[in-house]
Design a protein around this ligand. Structure first.
Ligand code: 9WN
Length: 433
């Protein structure tokens, strides 16, 4: 077996060992339930080695979809223990839309699911099974995107908002520092709880106690509002139009259009929505002077001037024009995000020169393989094949030298967070296919 085949086999084995028989855990101990955007990344990996499991991954997630279309960020596995916050904190039974028989969270994650479903179909060896799968998933994907546009873009701007840091997928990113500082919790507002994550991985790698207080405070606010989106909108101190979330929605709409065409449905409404999101991302989130996309804080009607690797991801959904893309790529090279010489592993999640950068603390600096994957795809789309190949080599080096970790130290390459991390394995399968 050559080195590439051996690496792929290792990756496949990690997915196999995290497979529960119904879905794939993101990690063996730290994340024992099913997560929404993990499921999409994982399905992209399974698609190369086991079409049935790829389909099953998304089917399992969408079986827990709420009646209003919301796809929860966690589907709890009743057989698994050891994760905080569990169903008793979320209390989703307070919402008439939540499924009665499934325990879920009540927030969402970035909508990569139509993109994963379309990739499964394109790679399928059993085309008729893949078509049946698309037929089954299509109305659910439509309901999911409809929910986002209806409930998260009430003004019809073309951009949807997130209402919790967990919805970004980048929990403790410096993006949220300003909002979290504004959320003064009185001692009586401070929730009482016990974390489990810091017992399983190094405490220094995880979000702080103050961050968790705010995460849990928001969850309680949602539960007490009965998950009524209009009430939440009134009361929630965290409402953000996020670059990465809207980018993935834009691409997902493009892929939903492809799915519609295969099924003989009209693709045009989805294409139109994709164009509307792309226009809004360029109109509201692009900064011409800094040549970068920035999040927008609806709470104070201001840009969030924080440079994350995620700010470059609109390349993934073909949102920038050629000139914008060229400026983004020069920015990537001129900043500390991308380097050719190998003195550092590209691309750190957060600006290495930014305030509060940490090479180990979760979304405040370490290299994450999913963000690299989005950038690789995006760079290749615009013809920056050398840049894309360089990032591919980096990903390969990281897993070969250090294993399949949740995230990596950008200077030493050392793995942090959980080992045997499913989306790292899945995306390696995709990149080495
Ligand atoms: C909260 C599962 C998830 C990822 C997120 C990542 C982390 C959860 C946590 O793990 O978040 O949703 O408990 O820290 O930030 O992107 O989906 O892998």
């Amino acid at each position: 077996m050559n080195a590439t085949a051996a690496l792929r086999e290792q990756a496949r084995q990690i997915l196999e060992s995290n497979w529960t028989g119904r879905f794939t855990r993101p990690a063996p101990r730290l994340y024992p339930h099913q997560w929404s955007w993990d499921a999409a990344f994982i399905a992209l990996g399974w698609a190369h080695v086991d079409q049935k499991r790829a389909q099953q991954e998304l089917r399992h997630l969408f079986r827990a979809q709420w009646r209003n279309g919301l796809v929860p960020h966690i589907v709890f596995d009743r057989r698994a223990r050891g994760y905080f916050p569990g169903p008793q904190v979320w209390e989703t039974h307070r919402c008439p839309h939540a499924p009665a028989r499934k325990a879920t969270s009540g927030v969402v994650q970035p909508p990569l699911h139509a993109t994963a479903a379309w990739a499964i179909y394109q790679q399928a060896t059993d085309r008729s099974a893949a078509r049946a799968f698309l037929e089954e998933l299509f109305p659910k994907l439509v309901a999911w995107h409809d929910y986002l546009f209806r409930e998260r873009d009430p003004q019809g701007e073309g951009l949807v908002y997130i209402r919790h840091p967990w919805e970004s997928g980048m929990d403790n990113a410096p993006l949220w520092d300003g909002i979290e500082q504004r959320m003064h919790l009185n001692p009586s507002d401070r929730p009482r709880y016990r974390r489990v994550d810091t017992m399983l991985v190094a405490e220094a790698d995880r979000p702080t106690g103050a961050e968790y207080d705010r995460y849990v405070y928001l969850v309680r606010l949602f539960a007490e509002a009965g998950y009524d989106e209009a009430r939440i909108r009134e009361a929630c101190p965290f409402l953000v139009q996020d670059v990465l979330f809207n980018t993935l929605l834009c691409q997902a709409e493009q892929d939903l259009a492809e799915i519609a065409s295969v099924l003989g449905e009209d693709p045009e409404p989805f294409r139109q929505r994709a164009r509307r999101v792309a226009e809004a991302v360029n109109r509201c989130l692009w900064d011409e002077q800094r040549a970068l996309y920035f999040d927008y804080d609806l709470g104070v009607s201001q840009r969030i001037w924080v440079r994350m690797a995620a700010c470059f991801t609109p390349l993934f959904a073909s949102i920038p024009d050629g000139l914008q893309a060229a400026r983004l790529v020069s920015h990537l090279e001129a900043s500390g995000f991308f380097n050719w010489d190998g003195s550092r592993y590209s691309v750190p999640s957060y600006d290495p020169n930014g305030l509060g950068f940490s090479p180990v603390q979760y979304w405040r600096g370490p290299v994450w393989i999913n963000i690299n994957w989005l950038l690789i795809e995006g760079l290749a789309r615009y013809g920056y094949t050398e840049h894309a190949a360089h990032l591919c080599r980096t990903v390969r080096l990281l897993v070969e030298r250090h294993g399949f970790y949740e995230y990596y130290h950008p200077y030493t390459g050392e793995g942090h967070g959980s080992e045997q991390f499913s989306w790292t394995a899945a995306l390696v399968l995709d990149l080495l296919a």
